[in-house]
Design a protein around this ligand. Structure first.
Ligand SMILES: [Zn+2]
Length: 418
């Protein structure tokens, strides 16, 4: 039967079907970009819509008359505007946590350190304290206060001032995600204001080394080993800052403020990294396993490796569950930088995987460190994660990653795929 209306060589019904199919494709395509949360990617998403519209009009201009084409373009622009509004809402909701987000070409300051700390509610019992060195995760409630990491020593007073209003009960726990200064620096100042509240499982955990009126400081065993055994290169760390409740198994569990808390050992930037999962609040505190402000730190002296960082990111990916439209869900408090979600993690994990693969290929091809550096294996990521100044430059990262990969060339092949 002859269709009622023919436009060029396709019917109105076919055209509508094609428009809907394209719209769905655009939606699916955008999801990959829309979820990441940074301005750059959000603009990419909108740009992508425009690109699709152009592609559509280019492909069809020979057999679609201008009038319906305008309708399609208007529809798609409308969809784009809707999407942009959606982003605006999402951004507003996340502004509390994402205050460090900056336009694409401005690299965020690693520690937004204007000498002040800022407390940002995350979800459930959890807040994030920024500005004191590494990010500090705060869980507060009826039982007291638990911190993941303690920031640098010089910011301790401000940290204490910021967390005091959160609970009438004392600080009970500090969990150290590694033994670098920006995470353990405040252990002593903050720990001595705390008070242990022993439960059955922890009653015998604190040994006599630290007096009773002190918070529990939990860390993986190697963190204590290193802090308590100065190696000549490291200044001795006072005893009051040492972990007094270490673990040496893959996982340590706690129950505090009505919430199950899992502490997981993952050798990454050092050999003693922990990440912490708050199961009811649905928040992960990742420490320096995930540091979206820069290339991952690989502290070779403390047993770090790029392979470990990647395995840590892969484990986090398995734990983190995104909510609708890949936004929100499990929130991740990174070692540094802004509050993140599954998509932020995926973008970073992908970068580390790609850089690891490039380096591994170069090592397999027999390239020396100098040749690898000259080949600039991170060039396309440098505008986002790279640095030529500061404590962790691109050059230092490439060198450490190269060394950590070439020292265990045999075993690193079998791990770390997505
Ligand atoms: Zn750090």
């Amino acid at each position: 039967m002859e269709p009622l209306l023919r436009i060029g060589r396709i019917t109105a019904a076919e055209r509508l079907f094609a428009a809907k199919r394209d719209r769905d494709q655009i939606y699916r395509l955008d999801i990959r970009f829309a979820v990441s949360g940074s301005y750059r990617q959000k603009f990419t998403s909108i740009g992508n819509r425009i690109w699709r519209i152009r592609a559509y009009s280019g492909r069809n201009k020979n057999f679609v008359s201008p009038k319906p084409l305008i309708c399609v373009v208007v529809t798609l622009v409308f969809l784009g505007a809707g999407g942009a509004a959606e982003f605006a809402c999402a951004q507003e909701a996340q502004n509390r946590g994402r205050q460090n987000a900056t336009p694409a070409n401005t690299k965020p300051e690693r520690n937004s350190n204007n000498g002040e700390v800022h407390l940002l509610p995350v979800q459930g019992n959890i807040s994030m304290l920024v500005g004191a060195g590494g990010n500090i995760t705060v869980q507060a409630g009826e039982d007291g206060i638990l911190l993941v990491d303690a920031g640098v020593a010089t910011m301790s007073d401000k940290v204490l001032e910021a967390i005091r209003p959160l609970s009438k009960r004392p600080l009970v726990y500090i969990i150290n995600t590694d033994d670098r200064e920006d995470h353990i620096g405040g252990n002593e100042n903050i720990g001595k204001t705390g008070r242990p509240v022993p439960t059955d499982s922890q009653r015998y955990a604190v040994n006599n080394r630290v007096e009773a009126s002190h918070a529990y400081i939990i860390a993986f065993q190697t963190v204590l080993d290193r802090m308590s055994t100065p190696s000549g290169q490291v200044a001795a760390i006072p005893e009051g800052a040492w972990p007094n409740d270490t673990y040496s198994v893959p996982q340590k569990n706690l129950y505090f403020n009505g919430e199950a808390i899992g502490i997981f050992h993952q050798p990454a930037s050092t050999d003693g990294n922990s990440f912490v999962l708050f199961r009811r609040s649905d928040v992960v505190s990742a420490g320096d396993i995930f540091d979206p402000t820069e290339y991952p730190i690989i502290d070779l002296r403390r047993g770090g490796s790029i392979q470990g960082v990647l395995e840590g990111l892969n484990r986090l990916k398995q734990i983190v569950v995104p909510a609708d439209h890949q936004e929100g869900g499990t929130m991740i408090i990174p070692g540094h930088g802004r509050l993140s979600d599954a998509a932020d993690l995926a973008v970073y994990q992908q970068m580390v995987t790609i850089v690891r693969d490039r380096l591994q290929d170069m090592i397999k091809g027999g390239m020396t460190l100098e040749q690898v550096k000259a080949a600039r294996p991170t060039r396309d990521y440098d505008p986002i994660y790279g640095s030529t100044t500061g404590n962790w430059t691109t050059d230092m990262f490439v060198e450490a990653a190269y060394k950590s990969l070439s020292s265990k060339k045999e075993t690193s092949q079998s791990h770390g795929t997505n």
